[in-house]
Design a protein around this ligand. Sequence first.
Ligand code: SF4
Length: 129
Amino acid sequence: MRSGERDQVAYLAEPVPAADVLGSVPEGIAPNRVLRFASHCVSDCANRVGEACGLIERITTVPAEPGPAAVPRCHLRPHCKWWNQVGVEACHRCPALTTLEPRDDELAVLVADPATTREQLESWIAAAP
Ligand code: SF4
């Protein structure tokens, strides 16, 4: 669930099937505007790089926002691809991630694009004001 001043994800204490909560989203509001859904990896995912997830590699290229070092309490952790791949670095960034396409945020668009390389991200970050 997304909430708070910074629109960060708040993690549920227990998993809830998407079908059980979709009916509580007000009509006219896109469900992914207020909820973030977890899903299994798929073999033909555009972000797959061998056995690894290219998305979390791009995400962790971007420095984490300054703030508390604690990671969220998350029931997904034992099964989380990102946790297993990069550990706590994923959890430090996870609450800020959304499933909406951030068309007005150039860096977020670059991170979301499977074609973006680490070198391109590092160049963008280095040139940012
Ligand atoms: S990255 Fe961390 S906080 Fe996010 S879903 Fe995986 S284990 Fe949970």
